[in-house]
Ligand binder design. Structure first.
Ligand code: FPP
Length: 291
């Protein structure tokens, strides 16, 4: 945060917003649905790919800002399993932009201590893209700063299916009883080892989660902005953080709103307030923790 304040221009909107933030209650993990590149381009009578190109500038700024704010984890939704339905030329441009980004930004990511990883069915990506991604992952693997995940050929349902198949493979090696619980499922997701997102940001005003991190966003606070992704900058991230810090996270309980002196009616072995990324309950009826 100190680094961030030194970086902002005194008197700027960033500096003003930053001074209102409490670094002690930042989200540990921010997930972003980057949407609106096509609309940004259309509004300027440009081809859609110009929107993606402009979107890379936002990617760069948001990563840099998260580093300066010392956010622990950032996950960006860059290409969904459904995005293959787009024209080949657009898809190929996206791979080109990603490769160009990696070639140009890897030294900076390393300097900032970013640990880079991909979530999604990476095996289906073009070989050259996989090779560049592997280099970035290997070269940043020992870093201890921002955990940056880029979702590529990603689908939330596909991720859960992959986790179930991975658990089944494990179960086949076990003689006797095998029991699946929430923690085990979390550990077989692509995001294993990361806390669940506390804050999900979606640009361009759509009120959808679009098959993104379906399991992990169970308790995330959702922030939707009308800004299109290429217009989303540090100042917009700070606004989202301010909004997040005004929310009361209740996890199905009553938070501070209860006037009751009664102790919570907890089921045996069930925590009433699951911590992000940590297992809450096993074998609960689906309605037990609903907010
Ligand atoms: C959604 O806008 C955006 C995408 C599908 C691609 C996002 C990719 C980038 C920002 C560039 C590459 C990423 C990295 C990590 C370097 P849309 O095309 O669906 O917009 P629309 O809804 O307005 O058509």
């Amino acid at each position: 945060m100190k680094d961030f304040l030194e970086w902002t221009k005194p008197g700027s909107e960033e500096a003003r917003l930053a001074s209102l933030l409490d670094p002690g209650t930042f989200p540990r993990h921010i997930a972003v649905i980057m949407d609106g590149n096509g609309r940004w381009a259309r509004a300027r009578h440009l081809p859609r790919v110009a929107g993606h190109r402009a979107g890379v500038i936002s990617v760069r700024e948001i990563i840099e800002t998260c580093c300066r704010l010392e956010i622990k984890a950032l996950t960006l939704y860059a290409f969904s399993v459904e995005n293959w339905k787009r024209p080949r030329s657009e898809v190929e441009t996206l791979w080109g932009l990603l490769r160009h980004y990696l070639h140009r930004e890897l030294p900076e990511l390393k300097r900032n201590g970013v640990r880079f990883q991909i979530i999604g069915r990476v095996d289906a990506l073009p070989r050259a893209v996989q090779d560049d991604l592997d280099i970035a992952m290997v070269e940043t693997a020992a870093n201890s700063g921002l955990r940056l995940s880029v979702a590529l050929n990603y689908g939330g349902r596909a991720e859960i299916v992959d986790a179930v198949n991975s658990i089944l493979a494990q179960a086949r090696k076990v003689d006797g009883e095998f029991h699946v619980n929430e923690q085990m499922l979390s550990e077989h997701l692509y995001t294993s080892g990361l806390p669940d997102p506390d804050l999900l940001i979606r640009t361009s005003g759509e009120m959808r989660v679009s098959n993104f991190l379906l399991w992990q966003i169970a308790y995330a606070e959702i922030f939707v902005t009308e800004q299109l992704w290429p217009d989303f900058r540090a100042v917009d991230l700070l606004e989202a953080l301010l909004d997040y810090q005004k929310r009361e996270r209740r996890y199905g309980g009553l938070g501070d709103k209860t006037e009751s002196s009664e102790p919570p009616c907890e089921l045996v072995g069930v925590s009433s307030a699951p911590t992000a990324g940590e297992p809450d309950s096993d074998d609960l009826p689906a309605s037990s923790l609903r907010q």
